[in-house]
Design a binder for this molecule. Structure first.
Ligand code: XIL
Length: 308
């Protein structure tokens, strides 16, 4: 049962996000997660800020190991998030430019090697562009220019050759300046022979939705590059809190439309939500998920079920 079973009939893996605290303390969370989903992303536990918060030679594995083990023991594939991101622990900000390549490679190699064979897909690089399509001025960009992206993918491939290697970003769902920049980046990586498997559209959107035709067109041009596509972090923020019945209907309509376009694009291999229930969400004022805080199915759940 559950949405995962329906999604599987379309060749789609159905994912949610989890924090260690919810897994440890909330039986309803665990029941819902394992009933409905067959893929999970640790919300924060694999980030550099969490694994390597203090210094170069100290890796803290407790929360990350707990989530990876939980996924392994409960039939959930794992989406690793994320090896290289601009949000870094403070000690990295104060490293010399000349040290940063080694710091980046050490993190990728150490984490991807520890979980080798247990990660279905890695978000190797996350959010490198500004909305206008220019490169974000991150600690990594400052030290290596755009070359940090090539180096990150090569290092990840060496550490875990079987994992899908992914670029993940928000605001790239439709054809726009930022998705144009991602398109150019991927073509460049492919021209250089850099290992690259897939593109993930985060899909943090609002109840007004987006231009679904442009989403379909955008997916089509990326699929033509021969890569896999994923919706990696979908949530739909309502305009009010608590959401009105009209908000929930609008929200359900957005979920339906995104899934509908996804199911028409065979390059898409996973459809993942950034959460399970409104009880735990990074947008607590926007009721963005498909179960309410008491784990009741919302209209958005029915919309996904109906389209599947
Ligand atoms: C967010 C988490 O949900 C929060 O708990 C945390 O405080 C900040 O990060 N894009 C991403 C995710 O790639 O890592 C972000 O997750 C949400 C936006």
């Amino acid at each position: 049962g559950g949405l995962k079973t329906l999604a599987a009939t379309h060749g789609i893996t159905f994912g949610g996000v989890a924090k260690r605290s919810a897994i440890d303390n909330d039986a309803s969370f665990r029941t819902t997660l394992t009933r409905e989903f067959n893929l999970v992303t640790p919300e924060n536990e694999l980030k550099m800020k969490f694994i390597q918060p203090n210094r170069k030679d100290e890796f803290l594995w407790g929360d990350a190991d707990a989530l990876v083990n939980y996924a392994q023991n409960n039939g959930l594939a794992l989406h690793g998030h994320t090896l290289v991101w601009y949000k870094v622990p403070p000690w990295v900000d104060s490293t010399a430019l000349g040290e940063r390549e080694a710091v980046m490679k050490n993190f990728i190699t150490t984490v991807a090697t520890r979980y080798k064979g247990k990660v279905w897909a890695w978000d190797v690089v996350n959010e490198v562009f500004n909305d206008d399509g220019s490169y974000r001025n991150s600690v990594w960009y400052q030290a290596m220019g755009t070359g940090f992206i090539d180096k990150a993918f090569w290092t990840a491939r060496t550490a875990d050759p079987a994992a899908k290697l992914v670029y993940n970003d928000y605001g790239i769902e439709t054809v726009n300046a930022k998705s144009n920049a991602v398109y150019a980046m991927i073509k460049g990586l492919q021209a250089k022979g850099v290992p690259f498997d897939g593109l993930a559209f985060q899909m943090h959107i609002k109840q007004k939705g987006l231009d679904y035709q442009s989403f379909a067109d955008n997916m089509r041009r990326f699929a033509a590059l021969g890569i896999q596509l994923y919706v990696s972090e979908m949530d739909v923020a309502t305009d009010s809190h608590p959401a009105t019945a009209a908000d929930l209907t609008a929200q359900a309509d957005v979920y339906w439309n995104i899934l509908d376009r996804v199911l028409q694009q065979p390059a898409v291999k996973a459809f993942q939500l950034w959460g399970v229930s409104d009880k735990y969400t990074w947008l607590p004022e926007n009721d963005p998920l498909i179960f309410d805080a008491a784990y009741n199915e919302k209209p958005a759940y029915a919309a996904l079920e109906h389209r599947l």
